[in-house]
Each structure stands twice: as structure tokens, then as C-alpha cells.
Design a protein. Structure first.
Length: 118
């Protein structure tokens, strides 16, 4: 299971434990089967606990509650995710500065505009 998907699932469920698998699938842009697989893996690792609740008189639904182990994993994943994004930001910033320098250098080397002849 990819770290980013695990991180995003834990983060979403921490904020909304009653979120359905279908809603998780839509939010994450992954298949319903992939969500089910990830949730099963998180339960097997002891990072997520599934509880039943009644959504209406006729329907039982699930709530996905982070366990203490799940909270610790979410914290570790958050730290790694943030570091990776900061590194990407620094690399992108350096590339933008380089492109701006190239543009400025190109503007300095461009031929001067010619005056129209009369």
C-alpha cells in the first residue's frame, strides 16, 4: 500500500470516521476495491478499528476509528509527507529561479528593435 494513500486515508478518517468507502474512493481518486484493500490492511496492522453505527432505522454503517497505533502511524506519515512536499517545493522554486534567469539572459541578448525606415 502506498504511503500517500495510507496517509490520506488516515487523515480523512481521523476527521470523519463515518466516511463511506465510496466517499473515500471519490475523494482519493482511487477504485472502491483499492479503498477496501487499504482499509483491510490498516485493520490488519491494528491502525484502524471498525465499529457499526445506525445511519437510519434500516441501515447499519461503519465508522473507521484510528487506534493509538493508527494515530502514531498517521503522525509519522504526516512528517514524511510534509518533508517530501517541502523538498519538492525547494526543487520547484530552484527550477523557477533558473528559468527566470534564462529569460532575463535571453532578453539581454536579444537584438535591439530596429526603427522603421522612412
Amino acid at each position: 500500500m502506498q504511503q500517500d494513500v495510507r496517509f490520506r486515508i488516515l487523515r480523512l478518517l481521523d476527521g470523519n470516521p463515518q466516511m463511506s468507502q465510496r466517499a473515500l474512493s471519490r475523494e482519493l481518486g482511487i477504485s472502491l476495491g483499492a479503498v477496501n484493500y487499504c482499509l483491510s490492511a490498516l485493520v490488519a496492522k491494528g491502525q484502524l478499528k471498525i465499529s457499526n453505527f445506525r445511519a437510519s432505522n434500516k441501515k447499519l454503517r461503519y465508522a473507521y476509528v484510528l487506534t493509538p497505533k493508527g494515530v502514531a502511524e498517521k503522525t509519522a506519515l504526516t512528517s514524511r509527507f510534509l518533508q517530501r512536499k517541502l523538498n519538492e517545493y525547494d526543487a520547484l522554486k530552484a527550477e523557477i529561479e533558473s528559468l527566470q534567469e534564462d529569460l532575463e539572459l535571453g532578453a539581454d541578448m536579444a537584438p535591439a528593435p530596429q526603427r522603421p525606415r522612412k
